[in-house]
Design a binder for this molecule. Structure first.
Ligand SMILES: Nc1ncnc2c1ncn2[C@@H]1O[C@H](COP(=O)(O)OP(=O)(O)OP(=O)(O)O)[C@@H](O)[C@H]1O
Length: 244
């Protein structure tokens, strides 16, 4: 396994007028692993991911993915797959139509569209208008779009939201398979019981960093529930607890 982090955040800070959304966040995301980015509503998860992807400029600090700021990474859209609300459907057409637009934008063979439809369980729904898709199907479509270019890194903002139990299990298996193939998966989530079954590593934020390390270290090898440890961390006086 590579020891070079796939993603590095260094002193990352974002202020919106009088609100500090992210404060001096320094953390490395290890390659080839699934990392859960956890925090309460408003903890700064989406803002962190937006800064990582160059969608928001940091007030201070910097972020790199695969060794470069996203905006300076050659073939960034091929190497980093992204699923977040800010990057929603563009065409207002069908599932396949939507994917074909992205396939063309990325300069990929049209056959890749059908491959990701199969990979994400959207077979049979290809001709459905995106506007008529359930939330779970839209989540599958977002992941299908992120997977199109067969990226090394996946950045997924709350991909489990709106998925039914089948969808949750499918997502878990898919993320584990992607990491087993050597890909790096950074996934934000509120669903702690699900995260506990999916991730290798955990980053907990509450504006500042509260924990970065392995799930096994955080839960003492499963002796504690992730939820219990999470509340201990986010309710603790502001301080950074970091583990290797
Ligand atoms: N464009 C903006 N202008 C002003 N404040 C913002 C903006 N974007 C985010 N914030 C504020 O920054 C803080 C962090 O928001 P962010 O969306 O990053 O949190 P989050 O952890 O992703 O929350 P959630 O789990 O609810 O999605 C919140 O207080 C939010 O209101």
């Amino acid at each position: 396994m590579s020891t070079t982090p796939a993603i590095s955040l260094t002193g990352l800070t974002k202020k919106f007028k009088d609100v500090t959304a992210v404060d001096d966040l320094t953390v490395d995301i290890r390659a080839g692993r699934v990392t859960g980015l956890l925090g309460r509503n408003g903890a700064g998860k989406t803002t962190t991911l937006r800064m990582l992807l160059g969608l928001a400029g940091p007030t201070a600090g910097h972020a790199t993915v695969l060794g470069r700021p996203y905006g300076e990474l050659p073939r960034a859209a091929h190497r980093v797959g992204v699923a977040m609300d800010a990057i929603g459907p563009v065409t207002g057409s069908t599932v396949r139509g939507e994917l074909l637009v992205w396939t063309a934008c990325l300069g990929l063979d049209r056959r890749r569209t059908d491959e990701v439809i199969g990979l994400t369980g959207l077979t049979g729904a290809e001709d459905r208008p995106v506007s008529g898709c359930s939330t779970g199907m839209k989540q599958r479509l977002a992941l299908a779009t992120a997977l199109l270019a067969d990226p090394e890194v996946l950045v997924l903002d709350e991909p489990a939201n709106g998925l039914d139990p089948d969808g949750i299990r499918w997502l878990r298996d898919t993320l584990r398979e992607l990491a087993a193939e050597g890909r790096t998966v950074l996934v934000s989530s509120h669903q702690l019981a699900e995260v506990e079954q999916t991730v290798d590593d955990v980053v907990v934020v509450q504006r500042t960093l509260r924990y970065a390390g392995t799930l096994a270290d955080l839960t003492d090898g499963g002796a504690h529930r992730l939820e219990e440890r999470f509340f201990h961390l986010v309710d603790a006086p502001e301080r950074a607890l970091t583990h290797a």
